[in-house]
Design a protein around this ligand. Structure first.
Ligand code: C2E
Ligand code: MG
Ligand code: MG
Length: 359
């Protein structure tokens, strides 16, 4: 930076720079590019080489704000955008403000939803292709606002994840799923295991195991009837930690599934060592199996890989009988998708427990 530029550390890994003699406003990006280039230069610390990156948000006086607080807030929003897009830097725009406001109202709404019991669970069967029986139920959160309608998990789960609300929400889901399982069993039904999803934040939460233990103790649910789904991205983020966590969960009797497999970056050497029961092939690959030969080959390869690693393999998002026929021929173990059933409320899914499916 130049001598008359102002550089400050706001806290943690956040810094602010004020260009008091800025180049013609939009040309601030020239300064920012120079900065990113300088940061990208590897450096030596003790005996190791490091390289760091940065995400930069830019706000411009007076267009984006007239006081320091406003300008900082707008730069912050732009910075998050840069982080999400992995673009290096972004300018603030009014559109960002609207998005931020929507996020905020979604966040407040979700907080209330948790307190006011506006959340419900839907259950989607996993079908064992060999026996034609339902061998598991994936538990999916639903938000039913008092005002009517339904808000999709694809909208509220990311907000919950970002704000940390996913932790109380996840505990609620796990507890409600266990309670429901016990209700089914006490009614003389034969419920298959239920599978809950763990987001990256839940999966890296140090209280996860204690929380689940407490829920099992309170509800009387047995670990062997609770399956956990962790996305490939979350699992491979820190393989050593994942290994320890999965090992601890496995020892307690839980079954672990890797969700959305194929969308992350698995290190196969590490995957081989992980205590995992099954891989769930992401829907995007299933969509392609009958579209082109590459699609079919990829799914074929994932099925072979799972079996070579002594894991079961589940196809998710299966919608047609043609896809089922293909998966069956390739030796896929389980399928889940609209072709079997959509995610259903508890009473409707219970009617399927003893049904024999024939594909
Ligand atoms: P996921 O775990 O991969 O769940 C599968 C999603 O695919 C579900 O969407 C399900 O309704 C949808 N799906 C299943 N079969 C088909 C099909 O044949 N066709 C199509 N088009 N879609 C199908 P949903 O319920 O909207 O959930 C989306 C995602 O939200 C889930 O993806 C999961 O990552 C997350 N999620 C949902 N509930 C929870 C929860 O309680 N906790 C956490 N942490 N995440 C959750
Ligand atoms: Mg899942
Ligand atoms: Mg999935």
């Amino acid at each position: 930076m130049r001598a008359d530029d102002f550089v400050a550390r706001l806290g943690g890994d956040e810094f602010a720079i004020v260009l008091t003699h800025p180049p013609a406003s939009r040309a601030a990006s020239r300064v920012v590019r120079k900065l990113l280039k300088a940061l990208a230069e590897p450096f030596k610390l003790e005996h190791r080489r490091y390289a760091i990156g940065a995400s930069i948000g830019i706000s411009v006086y007076p267009d984006d704000g007239l006081d320091a607080n406003t300008l900082l807030r707008q730069a912050d929003l732009a910075m998050y955008q840069a982080k999400q897009r992995r673009s290096g830097f972004e300018y603030f725009s009014d559109e960002l403000n609207t998005v931020a406001q929507q996020q905020l109202s979604l966040e407040n709404g979700l907080r209330q939803a948790l307190d006011h019991g506006e959340l419900a669970l839907a259950y989607q069967p996993k079908l064992d292709l060999a026996s034609g029986r339902i061998v598991g139920l994936e538990v999916l959160a639903r938000w039913l606002p008092r005002s009517g309608g339904m808000i999709e998990p694809s909208r509220f789960i990311p907000v919950a994840e970002e704000t940390g609300l996913i932790l109380p929400l996840g505990r609620w889901v796990a507890r409600a799923a266990c309670e429901q399982w016990i209700i089914w069993r006490n009614a003389g039904l034969n419920p298959p295991p239920v599978a809950i999803n763990l987001s990256p934040r839940q999966f890296s939460d140090e209280h996860l195991i204690d929380d689940i233990d407490a829920i099992l103790a309170d509800t009387g649910m047995a670990a062997e009837y609770l399956q956990l789904e962790v996305t490939e991205t979350a699992a491979m983020d820190n393989p050593q930690r994942t290994f320890d966590m999965l090992d601890a969960l496995r020892q307690r009797g839980f079954h672990v599934y890797i969700d959305d497999f194929g969308t992350g970056h698995s290190n196969l050497a590490q995957l081989k060592l992980m205590p995992i029961d099954a891989l769930k092939i992401d829907k995007s690959f299933i969509d392609d199996v009958l579209v082109d030969s590459d699609g079919a080959e990829i799914v074929h390869a994932i099925i072979r890989l799972s079996h070579a690693l002594n894991m079961r393999v589940v196809a998710e998002g299966v919608e047609t009988v043609e896809q089922v026929a293909f998966l069956k021929k390739q030796g896929c173990d389980e399928i889940q998708g609209y072709v079997v059933a959509k995610p259903l409320p508890p009473d409707r899914v219970a009617a399927l427990f003893d049904q024999q499916f024939d594909f």
